[in-house]
Design a protein around this ligand. Structure first.
Ligand code: ADP
Ligand code: NA
Length: 330
């Protein structure tokens, strides 16, 4: 019995992954290795679609890959690799771009958001065609399942449309993937601005919990998290976004329900909830941080792991690309 193929990835666009990446992506990827052929990619080619520092990109790629492994992605069982090491991604993107409507691509809301954020002077064709590269990432591996956040739903729809279009125009070639949208309950918010999602793109660093931050920094950020004046520990996303966010994080990291966490701290002050949460976050992050640092201490071994992953990915990718080229008439 062959297991369904799953593909997912993250950009190496920060020095550390953050709690949102862990809760919304990485921690879910780990158990999915059980019943899937899981392919996890560090999508460095996506990272260069917005302003970036060449001097730090390679290091960030290594650090991101190390955090995947440290959090429990097993590079023996799963395929772990860096996108730019497998040329078929860019090659398939070209073919897919020729069946993507200009209007269709123009409707991608993430492009609109990002091009607004970075300004027209730095908005590139690469940013515009980003979703086509993402479609190539997924279709190359004949992935049936793509775990992503809600913000990626539109890109997965595009991927499905491109797969169906190619299949009907050139003959069945691609598996049409299903989105596997992560639950809203797994969304965490900025500690200083708890109606905005926790993001590496936040203006201030104070609301962002990084996996690789040391314990003191993390504790300070949690103790300073924005709450409210009523003093009551209760989940209410609308009226009490700050406290609700703390309860959500505690619930996800402890595996208890939000009600149980609220009951545990009811009657106490916000300080107790924050102290408990700081301990929980640290007990989650500490082993990941330690393992990441061990992996980074031996870059040659890490590069060997990634080269082996790229070799395995390349084998699958080339097999799909060969079919595509044949169908197209190359
Ligand atoms: P960022 O918002 O920091 O730029 P990305 O967009 O690169 O993060 O997201 C990478 C992965 O992490 C995606 O799967 C996304 O859904 C998940 N993710 C990012 N931020 C959060 C969050 N605040 N809560 C839950 N999941 C998140
Ligand atoms: Na983002």
């Amino acid at each position: 019995m062959t297991k369904p193929v799953l593909f997912s990835g993250m950009q190496p666009s920060a020095d550390s992954l953050h709690l949102g990446n862990f809760v919304g992506a990485l921690s879910n990827w780990v158990p999915m290795q059980e019943d899937h052929t899981a392919i996890y990619c560090v999508v460095d080619q996506h990272a260069i679609t917005v302003p970036f520092e060449p001097a730090s990109l390679l290091e960030r790629t290594r650090v991101t890959a190390a955090q995947y492994i440290a959090a429990g992605i097993d590079p023996e069982r799963s395929i772990l690799f860096v996108q730019s090491a497998v040329p078929a991604h860019a090659q398939l993107q070209w073919v897919l771009s020729t069946i993507t409507g200009f209007g269709e691509a123009s409707r991608m809301t993430q492009f609109k958001d990002k091009s607004q954020r970075y300004g027209t002077d730095t908005t590139t064709v690469g940013l515009f065609t980003y979703p086509v590269l993402m479609a190539a990432d997924i279709l190359l591996y004949q992935a049936a399942s793509v775990p992503v956040g809600e913000d990626q739903r539109q890109h997965i729809e595009l991927t499905r449309n491109l797969a169906e279009r190619f299949n009907s125009r050139f003959g069945t070639t691609f598996v049409v993937p299903e989105p596997h949208i992560m639950k809203e309950t797994a969304k965490v918010y900025d500690l200083q601005n708890p109606t905005a999602k926790m993001s590496k793109s936040a203006e201030s660093d104070a609301g962002l919990l990084r996996l690789l931050d040391d314990e003191k920094v993390t504790r300070k950020k949690i103790m300073r998290a924005v709450t409210d004046a009523d003093g009551e520990i209760r989940f209410d996303r609308e009226a009490k976004p700050g406290v609700s966010n703390l309860l959500t994080i505690a619930s996800v990291l402890s595996g208890s329900t939000i009600d149980d966490v609220a009951a545990q701290y009811a009657g106490g002050g916000y300080g107790d909830l924050k102290k408990g949460l700081a301990e929980l976050v640290e007990s989650t992050f500490a082993p990941i941080r330690e393992r990441t640092n061990e992996l980074l201490a031996d870059p040659a071994e890490l590069d060997r792991i990634l080269a082996r992953g790229a070799e395995r990915a390349n084998e699958l990718a080339v097999s799909t690309l060969d079919q595509v080229y044949e169908r197209v008439g190359f």
